[in-house]
Design a protein around this ligand. Sequence first.
Ligand code: GCO
Length: 477
Amino acid sequence: MNDAATTTTRQRPEHASARETAALLPAGFELGVAMASYQIEGAVHEGGRGRSIWDTFSHTPGAVARGETGDVACDHYHRYREDVALMAELGVDAYRLSVAWPRLQPDGTGPVNRAGADFYSRLVDELLGAGITPVVTLYHWDLPQALEDAGGWPVRDTALRFADYAVTVQELLGDRVHRWITLNEPYCSAVLGYGTGRHAPGVRDAGRSLAAAHHLLLGHGLAVEAMRGRDRDGDYGITLNLEPVSALTDREEDRAAARRSLTLSNLLFTEPVLAGTYPEDARRLWSAVTDFSFVRDGDLETTSAELDFLGVNYYFPARVRAVPHREPDPALRAVDDLGVATPLLADDEVTEMGWPVEADGLRRLMVWLRETYPALPPVLVTENGRACADVVVDGAVDDPERIGYIDGHLRALAQAAEAGVEVRGYFTWTLLDNFEWAEGYARRFGLVHVDFETQARLPKASFSWYRELVAARAGSA
Ligand code: GCO
């Protein structure tokens, strides 16, 4: 079916769309790739690394598809030089990496584990040597198990531990790293981790999930304040996964459902971070499971600490309709049991994750942010990409759907910029096929194919496309 496309890609590797799209991007627009520690590093028992909640969770029968774990992953811990060389070949300006907390503080507190510190130090040096700016995420979900055993994110003390850890990382790398992202997707940590149990640590408790959300944002704010106190010139941000939310129909009940959905997916995070408040309806929506007494005086000033940028991860839109609650008793309801559903539509293009593709959703999300938050800091899209059913044929992977996805979303971003949103850059998810959390290795998001038996890396057609985009952007700047 794709024969024509395949032939075209192999014989004529230049893509007109890469040059055309590059020309639409705002001046100085940054292009990068993103990855995360547990998804790529492997070497979970090496260099004095402690155990994280994802080690425990992935080894729990039934938690991850096919019982897969991040024990080896892409073996990036040993192959980071090769991976940085791929980034250099791609020509990207920046690499968004994450630091594994249990590599630096095996039990989540106390003195630094030297071997872990050395690993990240070498990685940063390798990046700088290749002319690639490191953008460091402090927490991409690998909480030290010892902190989970002490209560995890539902406990306030974890926020304090996080701020200490943030300063520890800054002390180690701050002479060479100036751009920091505190948390990746606190929605997933709180809602999937403690609410639905789909992610580590696999807890299903609505009240604890909401407490976790608050303490994550508190930890974020404390970390920003502490790090900024040490280095005023650094750039500090947080990455939220947000959705453009709309009602599926004009019916009042669907519009109300969309509002509830918006509260959980966006406002529960954007309001404390960008407005220093809680969404109006949060207390009412979850009154049967918590009294929000975990919010203390002054907390919201901390959660809304000044940011230099907002990181946004976007994958798919939410088109919401009203459905009955799964659980009739409000006191027993899951945190996401809000009487909402986000069905696929008949003409949806759907990724291997089962997510609908809608590039314009990214433009709408950007415009929603700017209209809702007049003081919105500059935005970086810190993740966007798609899983495809990639196969190696004759030593090559042709992935026109991924190219189309990235291209479409960049064009949507260019339109958002045109509409006045200050969008500074785009990091595609991701460089290497890697451990896709509860889905394991079967969901491939990379520009580079990884053979998990041999660890061979094979750049896909999308890699060439992205390289042309970066080169054309640089040339046009
Ligand atoms: C995410 C994650 C990534 C995922 C990606 C695809 O932040 O959800 O940062 O780790 O792999 O989003 O699902």
